[in-house]
Design a binder for this molecule. Structure first.
Ligand code: CP
Length: 318
């Protein structure tokens, strides 16, 4: 039987998002104990297939699976047969032979995780596919806001900068809107998605001063690796002059987020990146418990239901 996957935020409704955030809260309590390991996924296998660079997502998914007592295999593009030209389809088919319960996949191509679901019955968790989606990032961002700022319903979140190439923004917009937030996009016209108002249900502005209206300012990385010839902005220096988020451009009380990695002095000033009032370190820390909650949500509950069903069947047969 094909297992559930998480490819995009549209795979989750508001109730499912709230359930994952509640589970993350429970794991936060577990993480405060001396023994941080729980037996929940004992006997399950998680394959982390990261074919594009990552620090935060790969580390926290690995640690999350280990804290849940799963068997964990980590594969990166460098050092695997991907370097010899093996296709994603053949890589999935090969790894599938070892019977994983879930593939956690990061890939540079939009749709890579969807493709993977066609070649395995295991769960597929999208850890970032090109400029498409990064749902675990959106969930950890929602969790961070709920814990550090308060209820999301009615909050105004402004995404600033390179929205056009950002999977963080695409998943974040969907997640924040699903939970009742007002979302606006601020950036140069060349870095805002085409007809974003109608397509995404957001407000847009090209004036950096409009971030002042937001409760939360979500700064996006300039994704130079996805810009081709880089013609969307005249130069990084000019971009920074007009759109870098600095203390001077904020009003008191606004909270600042960034998914990382940060280009200091481009989209975010070094002083703001180091300001403990920003939520950046909390985002990274919360990634662990939220990814534990996502793995739990995909794997543990059906397993518990299945073992309960087995127990009932055994009792009925006795
Ligand atoms: N935010 C994020 O996805 O970071 P990494 O690329 O380091 O995983």
């Amino acid at each position: 039987m094909r297992r559930r996957s998480l490819i995009a935020m549209s795979d989750l409704d508001r109730a499912a998002i709230a359930r994952i955030l509640r589970t993350a809260n429970r794991f936060t309590e577990v993480m405060s104990r001396d023994n941080k390991r729980v037996p929940t996924l004992r006997g399950r296998t998680v394959i982390n297939l990261f074919l594009e660079p990552s620090t935060r997502t790969s580390t926290s998914f690995e640690l999350a699976a280990k804290r849940l007592s799963a068997d964990v295999v980590n594969i990166k593009g460098t050092g695997s047969s991907v370097e010899k030209g093996e296709s994603l389809k053949d890589t999935i088919l090969t790894l599938n032979a070892y019977g994983p319960d879930v593939f956690v996949i990061r890939h540079a191509a939009v749709g890579a995780c969807n493709l993977a679901t066609r070649h395995t019955d295991s769960s597929v968790l999208n850890a970032g596919d090109g400029k498409h989606e990064h749902p675990s990032q959106a969930l950890l961002d929602l969790y961070t806001i709920e814990r550090e700022v308060g209820p999301i319903d009615g909050l105004h979140v402004a995404f600033v900068g390179d929205v056009a190439h950002s999977r963080v923004a695409r998943s974040g917009i969907a997640g924040f809107r699903a939970m009742g937030a007002r979302v606006s996009l601020v950036g140069p016209p060349t870095l805002l998605p085409w007809r974003a108002e109608e397509a995404l249900g957001v407000e847009t502005s090209t004036d950096i001063r409009d971030i002042a209206a937001a409760d939360v300012v979500y700064v996006l990385r300039m994704q130079r690796e996805r810009m081709g010839d880089g013609g969307q902005v005249p130069s990084l220096r000019e971009y920074a002059a007009r759109y870098e988020v600095t203390h001077d451009r904020l009003r008191p009380g606004q909270r600042v987020m960034h998914a990382g990695p940060i280009n200091r002095g481009v989209e975010l000033s070094g002083a703001l990146a180091d300001d403990p009032a920003t939520l950046i370190e909390r985002q990274a820390a919360n990634g662990l418990v939220v990814r534990m909650a996502i793995l739990y949500d995909l794997l543990a509950e059906p397993a518990a239901a299945a073992s309960e069903a087995q127990e009932l069947a055994a009792r009925a047969a006795a």
